[in-house]
Ligand binder design. Structure first.
Ligand SMILES: [Cu+2]
Length: 184
């Protein structure tokens, strides 16, 4: 009877060990699963009625003649490629304008509607401004001009500041201007 109890106990202990090992294997297999696509966490510039902002940040609205404020620093300039979203969070058409576009070799643009669907794609070396209807978003891949890329690659402390503004009539005067910084 005593022996029988001991054997039972051993079986129970073994079963517990297997169960723990099983849990461990399960955890490992979960961790080893190939990565599920994450929603893109790109830096985002929001255009509202009449301000620029980054998600969760203050509304930057600066009238001509007053100093504009830096709202976003983008790193990766030394690699020559900057990726960001520009989003119209307002209720009217806004037209994104920036010398950063002019200083680029090429810009790939994906137009995304309010439901997250890609509704257009453009690759251009001549993109100077970007018209966005309300609730539309553009995902930009900006290939910087060689001289800018090389300058940033040469000096890790160098940063370049670009104005961003809205080209829709009266919006610049109404305060739609701010600065963004490109860092190595
Ligand atoms: Cu505007």
């Amino acid at each position: 009877m005593q022996n029988r109890k001991l054997v039972d106990q051993r079986i129970v202990t073994t079963m517990r060990l297997i169960a723990i090992a099983g849990l461990f294997a399960l955890t490992l297999s979960i961790n080893l699963k190939p990565g599920v696509a994450q929603p893109s966490a790109l830096p985002t510039i929001q255009m509202g009625d009449f301000f620029f902002a980054v998600p969760g940040g203050p509304h930057a609205s600066f009238k001509p003649g007053t100093p504009a404020q830096n709202i976003l620093t983008l790193s990766g300039g030394a690699k020559g490629k900057i990726e960001l979203n520009v989003e119209n969070t307002g209720n009217m058409l806004h037209i994104f304008l920036s010398p950063l576009l002019t200083a680029s070799e090429e810009v790939k643009t994906q137009l995304i509607d309010a439901s997250g669907k890609v509704v257009g794609e453009v690759e251009s070396s001549e993109l100077r401004e970007l018209e966005l209807q309300p609730k539309m978003k553009a995902k930009l891949e900006i290939m910087l001009a060689d001289n800018i890329k090389e300058s940033l690659a040469r000096d890790p402390k160098l940063t370049m500041v670009f104005e961003i503004s809205c080209h829709a009539e009266g919006h610049y005067e109404a305060g739609m201007r701010a600065l963004i910084t490109v860092a190595p």
